[in-house]
Design a protein around this ligand. Structure first.
Ligand code: 9UX
Length: 72
C-alpha cells in the first residue's frame, strides 16, 4: 500500500530547481509520484514504504543541494 509524505525544501529559487528535486525523487525505487511546489517550498511524495523510506527521500533531496525536512 502507498503512503504520502510532505517535505519542506529550502533553497529552491526557480522552476528548474523544482525540476531537479522532482527528478531526484522519482529516480528512487518505490516512488509513485512527486510534486514539487517551488513557491511554497514544499514537495509532496507518494511512495511505497516497503521499497523506500521518508529518510531516503529526504536524503535524495539534500543530495541535489537543498535542505529538506519531513513535515508530515
Ligand atoms: Mo537555476 Mo534554480 O541555477 O536554483 S536551477 S536558480
Amino acid at each position: 500500500s502507498e503512503a504520502k509524505a510532505m517535505f519542506s525544501v529550502i533553497g529552491m529559487t526557480c522552476s528548474a530547481c523544482a525540476g531537479s528535486v522532482e527528478k531526484a525523487v522519482k529516480r528512487l525505487p518505490g516512488i509513485k509520484e512527486a510534486v514539487v511546489d517551488v513557491l511554497n517550498n514544499r514537495a509532496q511524495v507518494m511512495f511505497y514504504p516497503s521499497f523506500v523510506t521518508e529518510e531516503t527521500i529526504r536524503e535524495a533531496i539534500e543530495d541535489v543541494g537543498f535542505q529538506a525536512a519531513l513535515i508530515k
